[in-house]
Design a protein around this ligand. Structure first.
Ligand code: T1G
Length: 698
């Protein structure tokens, strides 16, 4: 018995319980205690068999990720020692999987002779989501339990599968009373060692080409990632080498992955995704208000998508439109959206009907008297939004949260249109709102802690990554986007072709470059936003959208009308347009701007360093509380490559001295107006610090 390992006997069976809250991660103490308990049970003549289980909501969530990157503890058994000892027992060992069995947790269960799982337990080897591979025999044991193809799917995709849906061979029994059934099974069954059973590898041994086939199918989904391919390489070892040799080679691959930037980036994302939900400016004891029902004003693309989030979460939602025709059109769009998902087999008709049943349409604000939260999602016009909030203030119940989906306008100005600014908050969704993971919550100057906490709770309830930011022009996401796309536009005026910039940013890891993205969003929408933001008003700083304005004035709106920065055919395949190249040359000439050859490195540096530089200003101003808030916004809202950990984490990986030196260079040689290095960046470099250090200090 130790703090983290509890033992008890039932019917002559030794039950070893891992008790390391919150999710029984395999820390050094767990490894030590488990090995001792295993050996003691096997040596104890009074013990007929052994059951291993977990305390609380998880079985074992895997190796303790917080130990990664740190020197290994001396004289402490490895996880492979634990697994080997469990399998080597002379008495039957059964894993009673009461909850999540993830990574090293499932490897332990696969070291046991049998597995009984609770129906709600989830099982998997998700190490790939940490930029690594299973490193304690998982890539050799899982194929022996479920076959090569099923093992590849589980390991490469890093999925956790509910026990009831697991591939055959993983759980011997699925039962509510896992410990009771495991005790019975342990007393009934003989020892069975997975490492000795190659029967399920035979088929693959006969089809060695299946691994290359499998790799081919991964290209689109895992572009830029390394770990998924290392997973295939490791599983392939199982058909090429005897077990022990393959396990040694698995370890080599694991150790290599652990040392890569991808693993550091993915680990940062793992912990940040959890930490971002805890907003430093909100006191820990502040509880969110109840969220049982919602209202949405405007049933256009955004309003409809927002309403679907509530229905998907099982919440009733009332959508308001100005008239019946607009309402029918909006509800029709929602219905069409769900029908598409049903058609793809990703939703049952019954579930669609249930969700549509939760969405009620109306043209009367009287139907907004009861909802716990109302989100306004009409087009970007400040006067219109103020008018709507004035009306909402008169009908919404006391304590209702009044939220605006504005992406650029001043939340404080909108809140001032009500008598309860403390209940007003920005909830900035990203298109398509029912798909994009990010919810940028915007706290106004008078938003209360409780309202802010409720906006964060909203994100959790509708399965979004909620990030709290302050009010400024473009909040965090769009403000940084302006800085990045401004450099992209300048690069085009200075000599780069739009397709060249897009390729460099695509190769850096974004799903698409800035010009393809503008064409998708619509050059008309961009132009209108610039109008609304009076961006075209002459200033003494270089204007970034001269070409984009011309394209709009030429009626080129992007994908929607087949021409923008690119030409689009009926299947929306894009191609470069010589007319655009000529227009760009024309604009450069008018600006007396010499054109020069520009390489991919400069494109990535100027665009991404401008992004980071704006991020540094945002941190300095307190608009974002921590670098991880910015990283989560850019990964879940703007497609920043996840394996790089987000812009601020990536900046630390690049090294701030190098980044500052390059930024200084571009500031002096290419853009004196917008690229001046942020004071925080200069200070961190002077102090030899990183953004991570800065965050730790704040
Ligand atoms: N190590 C350390 N901390 C962990 C952890 C782990 N493995 N798993 C979770 N936590 C923390 C988490 O940060 C959070 O902390 C709290 O526990 C609750 O987590 C050799 C090397 C198991 C499905 O990748 O997927 O084994 O924020 O909110 O929603 O092959 O946690 O409260 O401070 O997510 O109930 C492989 C990771 C490790 C699984 C439970 N394992 N965990 O979900 O709780 S690598 C994983 C999860 C490995 C071997 C290799 C989920 C969960 P805090 P939570 P949950």
């Amino acid at each position: 018995m130790t703090d983290v390992i509890k033992t008890a006997d039932r019917e002559g069976v030794r039950i070893i319980t891992i008790d390391n809250a919150p999710v029984n991660a395999i820390s050094a103490a767990v490894r030590t205690g488990l090995l001792a308990a295993t050996k003691a049970a096997d040596a104890d003549p009074a013990v007929k068999a052994i059951v291993v289980t977990g305390a609380g909501r998880a079985f074992i969530a895997g190796a303790d990720i917080r130990e990664f990157g740190k020197p290994p503890a001396v004289g402490v058994p490895t996880l492979r020692d634990n697994i080997a000892a469990l399998e080597a027992c002379s008495k039957t060992v059964v894993a009673a999987i009461n909850g999540a069995a993830a990574g090293g947790g499932l490897e332990i269960a696969l070291g046991c002779h049998y597995r009984v799982a609770h129906p709600k337990a989830v099982l998997g080897l998700p190490e790939v989501n940490l930029g690594t591979i299973p490193g304690a025999t998982g890539t050799q044991r899982l194929p022996r339990a479920v076959g090569i193809e099923a093992a590849l799917d589980m390991i490469v995709n890093g999925v956790l599968i509910p026990a009831a849906k697991c591939p055959p061979g993983l759980a011997d029994e699925v039962a509510e009373d896992v410990v009771g059934n495991a005790v019975a099974l342990a007393l009934a069954k003989p020892v069975r060692r997975l490492s000795k059973d190659d029967s399920k590898l035979a088929a693959a041994k006969a089809k060695p080409a299946l691994f290359d086939e499998y790799r081919k199918g991964m290209a689109r989904r895992f572009r830029g990632f390394t770990a998924p391919y290392k997973c295939v390489e490791a599983v392939e070892l199982s058909v090429k080498f005897p077990y022990a040799e393959a396990v040694a080679k698995e370890r080599e691959i694991f150790t290599w992955c652990q040392g890569q930037p991808e693993a550091r980036g993915m680990r940062h994302v793992f912990f940040s995704e959890r930490e971002v939900a805890r907003v430093p400016s909100i006191a820990k004891d502040v509880k969110p208000r109840e969220l049982k029902s919602a209202g949405v004003i405007g049933c256009g693309t955004m309003g409809g998508g927002i309403a679907m989030n509530f229905a998907n979460a099982g919440m009733s939602v009332t959508v308001i439109e100005t008239d019946t025709a607009a309402l029918e059109k909006g509800l029709g769009l929602i219905r069409k959206n769900y029908a598409g998902t049903v058609e793809k087999g990703r939703l049952s008709q019954a579930e669609m009907d249930k969700r549509m049943g939760l969405i009620k349409g109306s043209t009367s604000y009287d139907d907004l008297k009861t909802p716990d939260i109302v989100i306004e999602a009409v087009f970007e016009n400040l006067d219109l939004k103020k008018q709507i909030f004035g009306k909402l203030d008169r009908v919404a119940k006391p304590g209702a949260v009044l939220a605006t989906n504005t992406s650029t306008l001043d939340v404080d100005a909108i809140a001032a249109a009500t008598g309860r600014p403390q209940d007003v908050v920005g909830t900035h969704f990203f298109s398509p709102a029912n798909v994009m993971k990010l919810l940028e919550n915007v706290r106004g100057a008078r938003t209360s802690d409780e309202t802010a906490q409720t906006a964060m709770e909203l994100a959790r309830r509708i399965n979004k990554v909620g990030v709290m930011v302050g009010v400024c022009d473009g909040f965090v996401g769009n403000r940084m986007l302006y800085a990045y796309s401004r450099q992209a536009s300048f690069l085009v005026e200075e000599g780069a072709a739009p397709e060249q910039v897009d390729k460099a940013i695509y190769d850096f890891g974004f799903p698409m470059g800035p010009f393809q993205m503008s064409d998708l969003a619509g050059l008309d929408v961009g132009y209108m936003v610039r109008m609304e933001r009076k961006e075209r008003a002459p200033t003494n700083r270089r204007y970034a959208n001269a070409v984009a304005d011309r394209l709009y004035e030429l009626g080129r709106y992007g994908q929607k009308n087949g021409k923008g920065w690119y030409l689009y055919d009926a299947q929306r395949n894009r191609s470069a347009d010589p007319a655009v190249a000529a227009l760009i040359e024309q604009v450069s000439k008018e600006q007396c701007r010499p054109r020069r050859a520009i390489g991919a490195d400069e494109i990535v540096e100027r665009c991404m360093y401008a992004l980071v530089n704006e991020g540094a200003k945002i941190l300095d101003e307190g608009i974002a509380a921590r670098p991880l808030d910015i990283d989560m916004i850019w990964i879940f809202g703007y497609g920043f490559p996840r394996y790089r950990g987000g812009p601020m984490f990536w900046a630390d990986e690049v090294g701030l001295p190098k980044l500052l030196e390059r930024l200084e260079h571009y500031w002096k040689t290419a853009d004196r107006d917008w690229l001046e290095p942020a004071p925080l960046l200069r200070k961190l470099v002077k102090d030899g610090k990183t953004f991570r250090d800065w965050a730790a200090k704040v």
